[in-house]
Write a protein of this length. Structure first.
Length: 765
């Protein structure tokens, strides 16, 4: 008699699957029950409590004749645990008015909501509220600023499913944790040690996230807008995202054309499951930290062929001072995401130049590391890829004999072509738009703060600091260092570099370990490259002189913005040297006790260094609670580099629609798409809509098959020229050209090909 499928599954695995099933079904059941029992209430004038102004049967009104400012309408209510959307319908003729939600009887820990301003340009706004506990004393407060007229007509309170939708993701996470516990339990003792240590490294890197708020980082508002722009584009069915809505008062911004966003789809998708902006971002940081721990462990383990070396590399790299500064102080999402892939690129080149492949699989190994590693960097931070050109070029020059060997040359060429095809979907739009009239290419932008960057580099005293000031701005050398944030590799990596230099230059040690012999020259080369990139991070590298040599070097150098960005490649190079030095010290069997003391002392300094950074960040940073799109500043574009050249940000007015020779009705805007009905009354008619003009915006006549001319209008908004006596409905939208789509398809097929090839060679062993 044949055994059933279930009987073939081991008992513990069966119980594990059953537990997963129960957890997911429970979470789904709670979500469905809550969704079917959600409430919706409408509050009108009869429900308003008015502190000033007038109350009629239709509305509450106040104007400046009342000589009053403050809360003029309050609506009390009782709400159960959950998430709520509060829609306000009003008329405002001046700025300074706002609405907020207050609670009494529960802790602030169990209540999340931010106030909103009542814009004169619109008559509707939305408040969001989350309650972790039922509350009988919830109030909606509408405040008058003292100028103009404010009328409040209606308030709608609707319970959303966000609070319980998140439960599905939490349930999935719980299943994964249970699975990891089971895997840990079933693992051998050495593997348990590795898993425990990697988990500890990951946990240490996430300590600053353990608050109920974000701490303001330099670039945080910018990158939160990137995530929410992707989310709102996906809501409109747009994929891949190129022109992000929400930005510039919902005029759209081509940030996704110039800034790779492949990894940001994950936090954007979490927004669909009810996560707030800050929660989605925190989960992204958790996953980037985990990815960095695992990638660096794999990379250094592969390079040194040692599990211990992998753990050392993961520790020193994941908790490196520059990476943590990037992660928290600067909140440079693109750069710290790119840092996750740097060890993989280093590993690929190291394997390619130090190992002699004997099989086809071994020949493909470096390609499977270099191409995905460089792709990850291109898709997250193009500038980091630009900085890698010099180290890779120097490596190929030094190793030119190896490069010219057939196998190595073929591997390098294949890796380069694979990287190119993997990224055509991003590079083709990037190069297409880079050739258009965008701020980043205009003389006005180039003549600004980033034309001469040398003075923005670090002083050597900062690079060599032990406990510097990590918070602060990024100024020029003329300002000194008192109020400037210090970006440095960290004293621990520099001390390992010193010890390595001493061992190589001052001691003649017989090395018996073949791995150390194999990696000796790469370690020397990495130490030299590390010193070069440290110099390039300082204010003494001749950037200003190089910029004066011509337009091309000036453009490349100004695009870096800050010399200390070179600390990114410097860090991974220094970690390689540090791990090699630890391995080298471990060879000194006769002085094991002294070696342990040295390494223990350095680890203590490392812990103090990291702890000081966390202390400086956590205890001096400004809390930033951001839950929904309305909490973001859509004009947080900093230098406005991706706006059409000549656009004045101060003239971007919310919801501006202008017509000449026509009238419009039934206007609807969905992200970067506008629908409207138009009636022309003259020979020359046009309409301007609240969209920033970029190439490939299209206008389609929905009542026929014709298309109308689209061109930049006032302040580079999208203008549509209409035919004489036109009457009908139009759709204005961004349409990707065919050559962009071809590039995306090539990238997709290349990605599928790599996955297929990797699976094939793994199966063959």
């Amino acid at each position: 008699m044949k055994k059933s499928v279930l009987s073939k599954i081991p008992g513990p695995i069966l119980y594990l699957i059953l537990a997963w099933f129960v957890i997911m079904i429970t979470a789904l059941g709670i979500f469905i029950f809550q969704k079917s029992n959600s409430m919706s209430d409408e509050y009108v004038a009869d429900d308003f409590i008015v502190s000033a102004g007038e109350l009629t049967e239709d509305l509450a009104a106040i104007d400046d004749t009342a000589a009053y400012s403050g809360t003029f309408v309050t609506v009390p209510m009782a709400l159960s645990k959950g998430s709520y959307r509060v829609d306000l319908h009003y008329l405002s003729t001046a700025t300074g008015n706002r609405a907020d939600i207050g609670v009494s009887g529960i802790s602030n820990l169990h209540f999340r909501s931010n106030p909103v301003s009542l814009s004169p340009q619109t008559g509707d706004t939305t408040l969001y509220l989350e309650l972790d506990r039922p509350c009988d004393e919830v109030t909606i407060n509408v405040s008058y600023g003292g100028a103009g007229m404010l009328e409040l007509y209606q308030i709608n309170v609707t319970e959303t499913t966000d609070y319980y939708k998140r439960g599905l993701i939490y349930a999935l996470a719980l299943c994964m944790v249970i699975g990891m516990i089971y895997y840990f339990y079933r693992s051998s003792a050495p593997k348990r040690k590795t898993l425990f240590l990697l988990g500890a490294i990951w946990g240490a890197s996430c300590i600053p996230l353990l608050t109920d708020y974000l701490i303001v980082g330099h670039d945080l508002p910018f990158h939160l807008l990137r995530i929410d722009g992707i989310y709102h584009s996906l809501r409109q069915g747009v994929f891949p995202v190129k022109i992000d809505p929400v930005w510039a008062k919902d005029y759209g911004y081509a940030v996704s054309v110039f800034y790779g966003n492949a990894l940001l789809y994950l936090p954007a998708l979490l927004r669909f499951f009810g996560f707030t902006v800050q929660s989605a971002y925190k989960i992204y940081v958790l996953l980037i930290n985990l990815g960095t721990v695992l990638v660096s462990y794999y990379s250094f383990k592969t390079i040194f062929r040692s599990d211990k070396a992998g753990i050392w590399g993961s520790l020193l790299y994941s908790l490196s001072i520059y990476r943590l500064s990037d992660l928290y102080i600067r909140a440079a999402v693109g750069e710290y995401s790119a840092l996750m892939f740097l060890p993989l690129v280093l590993c690929g080149f190291c394997v390619l130049f130090t190992e002699m492949p004997r099989t086809r699989r071994q020949e493909l190994g470096p390609i499977f590391m270099i191409a995905p590693g460089l792709t990850g960097i291109i898709q997250t931070h193009v500038l980091t890829c630009e900085m890698l050109v010099l180290p890779i070029l120097l490596l190929c020059i030094v190793q030119y004999k190896k490069v010219l060997q057939k196998g190595t040359f073929l591997s390098l060429t294949t890796a380069a072509l694979t990287t190119l095809t993997l990224n055509l979907g991003f590079l083709i739009p990037f190069l297409d738009y880079y050739g258009t009239d965008i701020n980043i290419r205009s003389e006005e932008w180039g003549a600004g703060a980033f034309k001469l960057i040398q003075g923005k580099g670090m002083f050597p005293a900062q690079l060599l600091s032990f406990l510097p000031q990590y918070t602060g701005g990024s100024w020029d050398t003329v300002s000194g260092v008192a109020t400037e944030a210090t970006y440095a590799p960290g004293i621990i990596l520099l001390l390992f570099l010193v010890i390595f230099g001493y061992k190589i230059l001052c001691e003649k040690q017989d090395i018996s370990n073949p791995e150390l012999i194999r990696l000796g020259k790469p370690a020397v080369f990495c130490s030299i490259l590390a010193l070069l990139t440290l110099w390039m991070s300082s204010c003494y590298f001749p950037y200003d002189t190089l910029s004066s040599l011509g337009k091309i070097p000036e453009t490349l150098i100004s695009s870096l913005q800050f010399p200390w960005r070179f600390l990114a490649p410097a860090t991974v190079l220094l970690v390689f040297v540090a791990v090699y030095t630890i391995q080298l010290l471990s060879e000194s069997a006769s002085a094991q006790q002294g070696v342990m003391l040295i390494i223990g002392g350095l680890l203590l300094l490392f812990a103090v260094n990291v702890g000081w950074l966390f202390k400086d960040y956590i205890y001096t940073g400004t809390p930033y609670r951001v839950y929904q799109t309305g909490d973001l500043d859509s004009m947080a574009m900093y230098s406005y580099e991706y706006l059409p050249a000549g656009t004045d940000p101060g003239l971007i007015l919310e919801g501006r629609v202008a017509t000449i020779g026509c009238s419009f009705s039934e206007y609807r805007k969905e992200g970067t798409t506008v629908y409207m009905t138009l009636a022309a009354d003259g020979s020359e008619a046009c309409v301007e809509v609240p969209l920033n003009y970029y190439k490939y915006y299209t206008c389609k006549d929905l009542t026929g098959d014709s298309q109308f001319k689209v061109a930049p209008g006032y302040n580079n908004t999208v203008r549509v020229d209409l035919p004489t006596d036109y009457m009908g409905q139009i759709k204005i939208y961004f349409r990707e050209p065919v050559h962009w789509r071809i590039g995306e398809l090539i990238s997709l097929f290349t990605f599928i090909g790599i996955i297929t090839a990797a699976a094939y060679y793994k199966r063959r062993g």
